[in-house]
Design a protein around this ligand. Structure first.
Ligand code: CP
Length: 322
């Protein structure tokens, strides 16, 4: 295995990572993914390490792929959800975390609707913390697996035109991908109805990021199209006249792709709303890398766990001499 060039205790956001740190995680993921193709998919790297998943929002991909990744590296894995934790009896989230910390785990993986909560936990515990998606802030492991999925097809990220379309306002995936792709040298265009674009974001607000509201004008120059899920659960205010109108103006379908490059790569973090932000024929069609993203998610999460697990962190190691 290669030397570790990522010396942070935690993985909290892409924004704080350097190009070299991102590249290191991606290279490690590439070298680890061959384990996932073996008949016996297990190596002893994290034997004796304890990984605790704390998911306070629903998840299929992130939760399962972190769990699979940890088990393939031989870590012991445990998970807790709000319905089965003592938060239902009134315990605060931080008290729950402190009690889990007292059981001497090495890594916490946290998903929560509160932006910034994983960072707060990280500041208050010696346990390594992985942000598995916090509110509208960031979803760093998703952006890393998106980078790897694109790299597999293009071999380079510099100069690529990446178009992110959909509910930018609520999307932690968009935020992480803006930092991820621009740090790696790509140009990013954000496309959304005005009501789903963060207030005040204009051309030039962020380096290498453009803003547009016409999807049909933006599609022809895109090399990569990242389609965001329309977050029904976060549409409490009237951001949209109707899902039907959204699909008409911003939905990705075969007709709309007639003006796209032949080798356009289409990504979606999932879960997908078929017929709303993406039509079934496109989701399952030749441009779509949606399931490649899921496959790469395991390798990327193995790399993240490998790096944080190898740093010898965790409460026990911090307190007890070897
Ligand atoms: N992409 C993503 O975060 O999916 P899940 O919500 O299923 O984890």
């Amino acid at each position: 295995m290669m030397d570790v060039h990522y010396s942070r205790k935690d993985l909290l956001s892409i924004r704080e990572l350097s190009k070299e740190e991102i590249r290191h995680i991606l290279e490690l993921a590439k070298s680890l993914r061959e384990i996932n193709e073996r008949s016996i998919k297990k190596v002893p790297t994290l034997r004796g390490k304890t990984v605790v998943s704390i998911f306070y929002e629903p998840s299929t991909r992130t939760k399962m792929s972190f769990e699979i990744a940890a088990k393939r590296l031989s870590a012991d894995t445990y998970s807790i959800a709000p319905s089965t934790s003592s938060t239902v009896k009134g315990e605060s989230f931080m008290d729950t975390v402190k009690n889990l910390e007292a059981m001497r785990p090495d890594i916490f993986i946290i998903r929560h609707s509160q932006s910034g909560l994983p960072a707060r936990v990280a500041a208050e515990t010696p346990v390594s913390v992985i942000n598995a998606g916090d509110g509208q802030h960031e979803h760093p492991s998703q952006a890393l697996l998106d980078l790897l999925t694109v790299l597999d097809r293009t071999n380079q990220l510099e100069g690529l035109h990446v178009l992110i379309v959909g509910d930018i306002l609520h999307s932690r995936v968009a935020r992480s991908n803006i930092w991820a792709f621009t740090t790696m040298g790509a140009e990013v265009t954000l496309c959304a109805p005005p009501t789903l674009m963060p207030y005040g974001l204009r051309d030039g607000s962020l380096p290498h990021v453009r803003v547009c509201h016409s999807l049909d004008a933006a599609i022809p120059e895109a090399d990569v199209l990242i389609v965001l899920r329309l977050q029904r659960e976060r549409q409490k205010a009237t951001f949209l006249p109707s899902f039907r109108e959204y699909a008409l103006l911003y939905g990705i379908n075969a007709k709309r792709l007639e003006k796209a490059k032949d080798n356009l790569l289409i990504l979606h973090p999932g879960p997908i709303n078929r017929g709303v932000e993406i039509s079934p024929d496109v989701a399952d069609g030749p441009h779509s890398l949606i399931l490649d993203q899921v496959t790469n998610g395991v390798a990327v999460r193995m790399a993240i766990l490998y790096i944080l697990g190898q740093r010898g962190g965790g409460y026990a190691t911090a307190q007890v001499p070897p």
